[in-house]
Design a binder for this molecule. Structure first.
Ligand code: ADP
Ligand code: ZN
Ligand code: ZN
Length: 803
């Protein structure tokens, strides 16, 4: 008897291990590791993943239960992924089931119905399968299960006569239209026609028409129109075998437009050198990590493209990760224009069905390259030759929920598994990565010049305190107003950037100073002008803007903060003739709107693009000659040790949008703290001096990269209970970690109350701490077996991106 080890879909402590199930004889030939199954668990039937198959078990035979259903005829997870999940589970202190679930597209997690699609002529199928496809090209998988036909089905799938599609059960997830495919067989149509009685006039008429359109795929409505008939007639002739329904998917191609093919560029010497190093590592199967540090516009992407080309020529696959925010059509088109149909794209703008389709292209090896956001690092390629993380410093590479993995760590793990290199690219590498490159843990590749030797844009800093002294109370300095004016005259384009990190438009009573706050969280509500409502960005709580103060009853309510809408209004007052496009969360909610805005701007349909973080990256338009940063320092004063680094990165990225082609660019940065080193070094785009200076700060405060950090957070509805258990955590950590680790806290978290729960945290700083993971695992065990019953929620985040 064969036994399967199954990880079941229950995130709970005692369950976080494989369970043994017997494999029913009928499934023996079908079940493989990495398949999803349904198994009896307690009194339920739940989802599980087969992680091992063996011949023996310690479970007494009378206790051993059989697997109830096999959900995948081909495994959805490779052996590599099963191994990776075990590693991630330990490294991030997560449940194994959560790690496994993170690796597959949500369509496979949701409720869905599996359908079998006919890919060739019915005649090619085994006899037993033929009857199922007489009237349709799409048959529910469970039909084959019911009739015990899984083995011929698997054969048909392997031979590519059939394919499998998972149709998400929620309505409207997958867009399809039903069409009619007329039989290709003239003689058959003739025969059906001849056999009909003369009274079936309408049917005969339709068959004659069908003979003229044999083999065509047509919408039913069109047939009714053309033949002046009704659905009844069509159904009648279909019953006789003259036609069948086929399903055509619509809008399932996330690439709306065709892209033109582009050729490889002749590399500059710097590029050539960098490419060579990567190609050498590929050829020698070395799992090296390269840090490609190149100023904005230095042609990093071209290196990626040529390295991928080499990878494909070797018959291998490449994974390219880019931050969600820069997964713009402009970016993905650069890959598609080189590699065409060999590219799959995965990002959050796709529907569940589209994402699943893209994933499937990878799973079925129909593509060689995947370009995607964080989770694309799990692309189920089996012969990976290269992994690239563009903008490696981006905090979005770290997942904030369990499993709290960093895509960089997963990429490096996979590179070791596949013996292939990783490229981390950035104009402003994270301090951690640059420090590793300095120590030769990563190989540093530097591009110091822009690809076409364009000079870096001229950057000017405007002290807004001086503006105020001169009586300018608007959010535009004189310098910026002049700059915009001159670009408008010259018909050049302008990008205005509003740094909104840690910034929000809030509502305040001018009489008593009350700020409108969320009912559930200790955080001020953000004002949304478009629907005149206040919204909490953490829990989603919403209310209309009050007309009188809830505290003192005054009607002097005032809006604070500078939203993009307010900037837009001021802009139109100052420059009534300017055409302004705004890009922020409000204007990009609708699918495809992001794309549309950029396209309009690229086509010159607007003079000014005004936006938030979203526009800091990836924009590559030749006509942009002025970039204005409205207030550089809003991100500087956050209580986060990375705030200077983030500000430097942001300013450097935004500045990089100007003067990318022949026309020289200019950047104007407005700030209230012009003397800050992050702003001064960003002005000159001087990464290394910034690095040195910031490293000194980190050293002084024992922060990364000198120390590692981990954050343990405890929350409860009752403030005292939360504080009590946070203290228990701290005590536990103090008595189990070495003296070299410092444990700070418990202190209250940055936002003390979130979603009606009070939050405390301990920060752990450590260097080499062999006992760290075992201690965390043990703490987790205490929490999962005891504290959880008291309503405590405990999370452990190793290398958190925000503290
Ligand atoms: P990065 O990714 O470093 O910001 P890009 O790859 O976007 O830089 O390159 C900036 C611009 O320079 C792009 O328009 C690109 O087409 C061009 N470019 C890159 N490499 C070359 C080259 N070797 N020869 C000519 N143009 C190049
Ligand atoms: Zn008031
Ligand atoms: Zn809230």
């Amino acid at each position: 008897m064969k036994i399967a080890e199954v990880i079941v879909d229950v995130s709970a402590y005692p369950v976080d291990r494989p369970f043994d199930y017997s494999i029913p004889e009928a499934l023996e030939e079908l079940i493989e590791c990495g398949c999803r199954v349904q198994v009896p668990f307690g009194n339920r039937n739940i989802l599980g993943f087969v992680v091992a198959i063996k011949n023996e078990t310690e479970v007494p035979l009378d206790k051993l239960k059989p697997i109830s259903t096999l959900l995948d005829i081909e495994p959805v997870l490779t052996g590599e992924m099963l191994e990776l999940a075990k590693w991630m589970k330990r490294e991030t202190i997560a449940y194994e089931i959560d790690c496994l679930q993170a690796m597959i597209p949500s369509a496979l997690r949701a409720k869905y119905e599996k359908m079998v699609l006919l890919e060739t002529d019915v005649e090619n199928l085994e006899e037993a399968l033929k009857p199922f496809f007489q009237h349709s090209t799409k048959v529910p998988y469970k039909e084959f299960e019911k009739h015990n036909l899984l083995i011929p089905l698997k054969k048909g799938l392997r031979e590519k006569h059939l394919s499998i599609e998972n149709v998400v059960k929620q309505k409207g997830q997958i867009k399809e239209i039903r069409k009619v495919k007329i039989s290709e067989d003239h003689k058959q149509l003739q025969k059906i026609h001849d056999n009909l009685s003369n009274r079936a006039k309408k049917q005969k008429q339709m068959l004659l028409w069908m003979q003229q359109h044999a083999g065509a795929i047509i919408e039913p409505e069109e047939i009714y129109k053309e033949t002046e008939s009704s659905p009844q007639v069509l159904h009648a002739v279909m019953e006789l075998g003259a036609a069948q329904f086929v399903f055509e998917e619509v809008y399932r191609n996330p690439f709306k437009k065709e892209v033109e093919k582009t050729d490889f560029l002749t590399l500059t010497d710097e590029q050539e050198k960098a490419l060579k190093a990567v190609v050498n590592a590929m050829d020698s199967h070395l799992p090296e990590t390269f840090l490609l540090h190149g100023v904005t516009g230095s042609g990093k992407t071209e290196i990626y493209l040529q390295a991928i080309q080499h990878c494909i020529q070797q018959g291998k696959e490449a994974i390219v990760l880019v931050p969600e925010i820069s997964l713009t059509p402009q970016m993905t088109n650069r890959f598609r224009s080189r590699f065409g149909e060999q590219v799959a794209v995965m990002h959050s703008g796709l529907s569940v069905g589209e994402k699943y389709d893209e994933w499937r292209k990878v799973h079925e090896k129909k593509v060689k390259v995947v370009v995607g956001a964080r989770s694309a690092v799990f692309a189920p390629f089996e012969n990976v030759g290269l992994i690239i993380l563009d903008e490696e410093h981006e905090s979005s590479y770290k997942q904030e929920d369990s499993p709290r993995y960093h895509a960089r760590d997963v990429a490096i793990w996979r590179s070791k598994y596949h013996q292939c290199p990783v490229i981390l690219g950035s104009a402003t590498p994270s301090l951690e990565s640059y420090a590793r490159a300095r120590k030769n843990v990563y190989k540093l590749l530097a591009l110091k010049e822009r690809a076409m030797k364009q000079p870096l844009p001229k950057v000017e800093i405007v002290d807004m305190r001086e503006e105020l002294k001169k009586g300018n109370r608007s959010m535009f300095s004189k310098k910026l107003v002049e700059g915009i004016k001159s670009r408008l005259e010259k018909k050049e384009q302008i990008v205005l950037f509003l740094n909104r990190r840690g910034y929000s438009s809030f509502v305040l009573c001018r009489d008593c100073g009350t700020v409108m706050q969320c009912e559930n969280c200790d955080i001020s509500l953000t004002y949304h002008r478009y629907n005149e409502r206040l919204k909490c960005h953490y829990c989603g709580f919403e209310q209309p803007v009050p007309t009188i103060c809830p505290e003192c009853g005054s009607d002097h309510i005032r809006y604070f903060g500078t939203g993009t809408q307010k900037v837009e209004e001021e802009l139109t007052k100052l420059f009534p003739e300017a055409r302004v496009l705004r890009m922020d969360v409000d204007t990009t909610k609708r699918k495809g709107s992001h794309e549309a805005i950029l396209e309009d701007f690229g086509a010159g349909k607007a003079d000014i693009l005004l936006g938030t973080q979203m526009i800091a990256k990836g924009l590559d338009f030749p006509n942009i000659t002025l970039v204005g940063v409205l207030s550089a320092d809003t991100s500087l004063h956050l209580p986060d040790f990375r705030s200077a680094e983030r500000t430097f990165q942001l300013l450097t990225q935004v500045s990089g949008r100007a003067g990318r082609a022949e026309k020289p660019g200019e950047v104007i940065i407005q700030t209230y703290t012009p003397e800050h080193y992050a702003i001064q070094f960003a002005k000159e785009q001087l990464y290394e001096p910034f690095y040195e200076r910031e490293m000194m700060m980190r050293h002084a405060a024992d922060y990364p990269p000198y120390y590692y950090i981990a954050l343990v957070q405890v929350s409860h509805e009752d403030l005292l209970v939360a504080a009590d258990y946070a203290k228990k955590c701290a005590d536990y950590l103090r008595s189990n970690l070495s003296f070299n680790a410092s444990i700070i806290g418990p202190t209250t978290a940055g936002i003390v109350r979130l979603q009606n729960r009070y939050r405390y945290q301990c920060l752990i700083k450590y260097k080499i701490e062999p006992n760290l993971i075992p201690t965390f695992l043990q703490l987790m065990k205490i929490y999962r077996t005891e504290w959880i019953k008291k309503g405590i929620v405990l999370t452990i985040d190793i290398n958190p991106s925000l503290i």
